[in-house]
Structures are given as C-alpha cells and as structure tokens.
Design a protein around this ligand. Structure first.
Ligand code: PLP
Length: 448
C-alpha cells in the first residue's frame, strides 16, 4: 500500500499516455491561463489514463478512484464493453438529426424499460442529469398545468436554470431569482434531525411539518415533488423508513407528480437496479443520468404512457442537439447489458457491506468518524470534531482526503456546510482494492 504503489499492472491502456517529453509545468501554465475556474481547485496532477478502479497520473502513480470519476464510471474506467460500444458507433454513426434514430435506441429503450415497472415505459434519451431533470420538470408542468416544484434542502439536481432552482445543497447565491414556484422542504437527515425533538426516535415529523408548511406557502399550483431517493451532494442522506411512501401517498392525494432523480442511485449503485425498488415507491417520472452512460454523457427521462400521451397531445417539446444520439445510446446499451449480465447490483450490495464493515472498524480507532451511512456502494462518512457535539470538521476532512490522495486513494467530498466523504467506487471494485483503500484511510487519519 502507498504512494510507492506505481502502476499495479491493472492498466490495459498503452496508447493514451502523454508524450514523455511533455513539460507538465508548461501544461499547468496553459491551464491557468485558459481554463475558466468552475468550482473547487483542480487537482494539481494530470491524470494520463485510467483503467478499472485505478487512475494513473502522468508520473504513472496509481490512485484508486473511490468516486468513479464524478460518480459516473460504475463499470470502472475504460471498461471493454464501453470501448467496444464506442468503436461500434465510430464505425457506424455517431450523431444524427434528432428526428432520426439508430437501431440501438430501440434495444436500449426496451432493455432499460425491462428493468422498470410497467408504468415506466416511455423514455427520452438526453445527455446530462440537469437536462433529464429539466425534461422531467417540463413534463410535470405541462401534464398538470401547474408550476410549483418542491425539492428538498441539500438536494442537487444540476446547474441549468430549472434544475438549479430546485438545487439547495450549495451554489445558489449570486445568480438572481430562481424559477417562480421553486420551494424546499427539509431533508430527512437522521444524523442532524431538522426537527430536533425527534432526534433518534424518528416519527417522520419533518414530513408532517413539510405538508403543513406547503399547505401554507403554496399558491395551490404544485406540479411535482422532485427528490433524490438517497441525497448525494446533501451528504448521503438515506430517508428514514416510510418517508418516501408517505410522500408518495401525499402526492397522490393532492394530484402532484413524484419525480425521482436517480442520477447517482440508478443502475445498480445502491445494491438494487434502482433505489425506488428498495423503498417500494414508484415515481411518476424517473430521471437517470450519470450511471446510465457510466462515464459517457447519457441521461434519460422515463415516464408513463399516460403522461407521455397527454404531454404529446399538448405539444411537449424538448429538442436538444444530442437527444437520442447513436454514440451515447450505444454505450448505454452496453452499460445496461453489462449491469444485467454481471449482476452488478447484487455485487454493489455485497461490496457495500464489505466496505461498511471495514469503515466501522476504522470508526473504532478514529474519533473523527462520526457517522457512516448509505446503501450498496453509495456511502457517506461524516467527519466531525467530536461525536458528542457532531460539529462538522471541514478542515480535518480536507486534510485527511488530501493525505489519502498522496497515498493513492481518491475520495470525493461533498460541498456545502457538511463534512462528508462520498464513497462511490466502481461496482466492479475488488475486495483487495477495498482492503488497500481502507488501509490508506487508516494511515491518512494517523498522518494527516
Ligand atoms: C442527483 C443528481 N442529479 C442531477 C445532477 C446533475 O447532473 P449533471 O451534472 O450531469 O447535469 C447531479 C450531479 O451531480 C446529481 O448528483
């Protein structure tokens, strides 16, 4: 284990390395001069290639990727099935007029819907998570004729205007008004209960509060509630038992559509094909993205024939340049087929438990690990100053993460006020890679 862990031999890539003669200092000069800063600072090591669970720096330093890129590469980096699909598209067709279809889209439509309940059988293929949420919101507004949209505090649905209006994790300040009708209710964070009295004895009081609150603030035009079945950017918040069922019931009673944003939870990550299966709550509209293309920009908005038909009659329009594009669709088909053939959802469940038990061992030695939560291979580790006060400790989270990176492990940190590690490795990660990652974390806590 350690940063001396040079290429462990898992790389299958030999053609994509930078020229050995390339001067990385000069390259960083170009980056600083020409790239627009869009968030956290760039990691100051170039990643020259990646394979499976590993990233390789231009110095050929191997780093286990505990975040699957930006929580997308569920099959691992540069999986042969994805490369094969890209090659097939290269040899046939990459892009088309949005009214023209390649044969693969028929297969993907069917094979994706085969994984879903019967009522979710109409799909629109797009590119990003924000886009699929925009489509979901537009469908809901057109279908219901209403305009208010409810999301949860701590949610992240994307940075386009409709999605951003319903994003509350962070990044809201400074951009002027959000969409009329966008409103938030408190996230059901059991470690930091928004209704302090119900701490440790959850009776879904936050949801009862939300219903009363909405009754008061809504102008009577709620089109939809938009929810991540497990909130990711908000700190890996798993709703308490019964929360989503109760929300579903309330939506039905008020003729409000329920939209699940399964950008991160869909396609196997949580130990089931979709998080809604675990909760046994079916949404009216399902938004899929990140994990559907597994590293390639493919997203999907899925709904019922009834919503599809009504909105079509009302002239639903959601034209984008890359809707139904053959390249991304071909990759999506490979992803869905690999997910099913390799039983990756079950694998995520098994590996998730393996990581969880390793993390609980670490928690015994490191006071800073306040809470560990999640499902399957979507796991949150909350770093606190002490377990009594549960005060978030951003500084410690950052220093330990940076030390992990030096030692060969990439861990994603959520933004916003909380100090939570977001652990989301490829579903193909091995036990040996998990063991090595846990060893690195242990050492990083001791030496950061
Ligand atoms: C739950 C969720 N929805 C939507 C998005 C936005 O997706 P994209 O960045 O592809 O627009 C994200 C991105 O992190 C996400 O986590």
């Amino acid at each position: 284990m350690s940063n001396s862990n040079k290429n462990p031999g898992t790389s299958t890539s030999s053609t994509c390395h930078p020229e050995p003669s390339e001067n990385t200092e000069e390259l960083w000069g170009l980056v600083d001069k020409h790239l627009l800063h869009y968030g956290r600072d760039f990691v100051r090591e170039f990643i020259s290639h990646a394979s499976g669970s590993y990233l390789y720096t231009s110095e050929n330093r191997a780093i286990i990727d505990f975040s699957s890129g930006q929580m997308c590469a569920t099959l691992g980096h540069n999986h042969p099935a994805i490369l094969g699909a890209m090659r097939r598209a290269e040899e046939s067709v990459i892009h088309l007029d949005s009214t023209m279809l390649s044969p693969s889209i028929a297969h993907l439509g069917k094979e994706l819907c085969d994984l879903l309940p019967e009522q979710l059988s109409k799909v629109l293929f797009l590119n990003t998570g924000a886009e699929s949420n925009e489509a979901a919101i537009r469908l809901a507004k057109l279908y219901t004729g209403k305009f208010e949209v409810i999301a949860l505090t701590g949610s992240w649905h994307g940075t386009t205007s409709g999605a951003a209006s319903n994003t509350y994790a962070h990044g809201r300040k400074g951009y002027g008004p959000s969409m009329p009708g966008a409103m938030a209710i408190p996230a059901p964070n059991c470690y930091r209960c928004p209704i302090a009295q119900c701490k440790s004895t959850c009776n879904l009081a936050c949801l009862d509060f939300s219903f009363d609150y909405l009754e008061s603030v809504s102008v009577g035009s709620i089109a939809a509630v938009l929810v991540e079945p497990i909130q990711s950017a908000g700190g890996i918040i798993v709703p308490p038992d019964g929360y989503l069922k109760k929300l579903r019931k309330w939506c039905d009673e008020h003729s409000i559509l329920l939209i699940f944003d399964e950008a991160q939870t869909g396609l196997g990550r949580v130990g089931a094909n979709f998080a809604f299966e675990i909760e046994q709550v079916v949404p009216d509209i399902l938004s899929l993205s990140k994990t559907l293309g597994a590293g390639v920009p493919l997203a999907a908005t899925v709904t019922s024939p009834q919503i599809a038909e009504t909105t079509c009659d009302k002239g639903f329009s959601h034209y984008t340049s890359h809707a139904s594009d053959p390249l991304t669709v071909e990759v999506g088909l490979a992803v869905v087929r690999t997910l099913v053939a390799d039983e990756l959802a079950a694998r995520a469940g098994e590996m998730g438990q393996y990581i969880m038990s390793g993390l609980r061992e670490l928690q015994k030695c490191h006071e800073a690990i306040g809470d560990i939560r999640g499902r399957g291979l979507l796991i949150g580790v909350e770093i606190v100053k002490d377990r009594e006060t549960r005060t978030p400790d951003k500084e410690r989270m950052t220093s330990v993460s940076e030390r992990c990176f030096e030692l060969g492990l990439n861990i994603n940190r959520v933004g916003g006020p909380l100090s939570v590690w977001r652990i989301a490795p490829p579903l193909t990660i091995s036990k040996a890679e998990i063991d090595l990652s846990l060893e690195i974390m242990d050492k990083a806590f001791d030496t950061a």
